[in-house]
Design a protein around this ligand. Structure first.
Ligand code: FES
Length: 96
């Protein structure tokens, strides 16, 4: 994640998630909402193993800043990311 990006969106592109909608979610990488520019990184990842144990019904899975989201849709991902962006960010230390 680049220095300027504060939100990382990992889209599972394992077979199950890809077949159940990950392709549409990856469009967020090419066509993100304008407010996301330079602040949100959308990347594809291999199977997150969240589908193991017959949990296919939760696909597609997305991880947003480390938090797993099941049944992800473009609208749901946008809502979650926008909610994170709306939160006040902690001040960064001058010592970093
Ligand atoms: S294919 Fe997405 S969690 Fe396994």
């Amino acid at each position: 994640m680049s220095e300027k990006c504060m939100i990382k969106v990992e889209v599972c592109c394992g077979t199950t998630c890809f077949l159940l909608g990950a392709r549409e979610l990856l469009a967020l990488a090419d066509d993100p909402p304008a407010a996301w520019q330079g602040r949100v990184e959308v990347i594809a990842t291999p199977c997150m193993d969240a589908c193991n144990g017959n949990r296919f019904s939760g696909s597609p899975y997305v991880r947003i800043n480390g938090t797993l989201l099941s049944g992800a849709t473009r609208d749901l991902v946008e809502q979650r990311v926008n909610a994170i962006m709306a939160k006040p960010q902690p001040e960064r230390s001058a010592e970093q």
